[in-house]
Design a protein around this ligand. Sequence first.
Ligand code: LLP
Length: 411
Amino acid sequence: MNHFQYKNDVLFCEEVPVADIAATVGTPFYLYSTATLTRHFLAFDGAFTLPHITCFATKACSNIALLNLFSRLGGGADIVSGGELFRALKAGIDPRKIVYSGVGKSEDEMRFALESNILMLNVESHQELETLQQVAAALGVTAPVSFRVNPDVDPKTHAYISTGLAKNKFGIPIQDALDSYLAAREMKNIEIIGVSCHIGSQLTDVSPFVESLQKVKLFVERLRQAGISISFVDLGGGVGIRYSDEEPPLPAAYAAALEREMNGLDCTLILEPGRVIVGNAGILVTKVLYTKQGGKKFVIVDAGMNDLARPSLYDAHHAIRPVIRGNDEELADVVGPICESGDFLSRGKKVPVCRRGDLLAVMSAGAYGFSMSSNYNSRPRVPEVLVDGESFHVIRQRETYEGLIAGERIP
Ligand code: LLP
């Protein structure tokens, strides 16, 4: 359930007509609904009864206004870079609820994380462990660590967003991970506190999560037999959403399946949901510039692959809806102004019949939308707007041409 609904054929975000926002901020822009974000966060977080921390995956949508909202709802953050750590702290997220994932943390990033006193770093290789030991020793602190294990479980999702298969770059093969823990135990500035795992994104079935948790659970028992105490199990993110006709598990079913396995393990569960919280809480609003009939019908809009990369990158489907609803639909490609044939928002699907100046809503764009946008073709990045009831706030301004070249120098 989200708060982007029609009232008399006019698309509203909560109590605000989307067209009114377009008239004020111009197009294109990303639009998020506070009520939807809140509802999704609480539905997810509230589905768990065991001790847990919901660490929102910052990469999915990293605007500090959203991070601040999740922080006020009791959430933490899953980060994968120093930049995300900076954002999370600026947004007021409690560092004791921040977990740091990723295969390539630099020494500077490790230092920043340790100085910020975050909850834990998920280490993904032996060299990373050794580097972290050195950085922690130089600072005179102890680094709280979990290893990200790779359970070799097929998440049955798009190849680019599968992460828990043996062939993926992520984690340490679970069968080799005991050695990493034994090595870490000997390091003076490393404190082992957890085990972590993330197998992929946009999963529509709970069974791969359960399969990997079963492997993690056996592994935690092995660690304990070896005298290594584990207080946190981090299961990553990955719950899918409905873009068209997918049937992802509801938070309650997902939580119940995980808690069945976790029972008796006596660990705090860490969850890193991204898409399931923000995906259907955001849309991209764009304006039709031109229509033309070439080899097929094209609707040319003012948002492109630099604004929303998912269709071009993963052939992802995002429904295209009219901001003011007429009746007819037709087969057309909705394409952007970027000079690449791969620049499309929708291809080979029925879309609303459009005229110049019409507004379109690209649905389910809250996750990995703005956060993956770029300046390609020197296009300023679009504003982000947050609706709350009857009011809306520009939470990120449209970039300017001056902003585009800020930092560039002619020698
Ligand atoms: N934790 C870790 C360690 C991750 O790598 C990810 C996502 C998440 C949590 C959050 O996963 P989620 O709950 O959002 O599925 N750009 C792609 C998705 C990449 C996901 C990468 N990792 C897309 O647009 O589909």
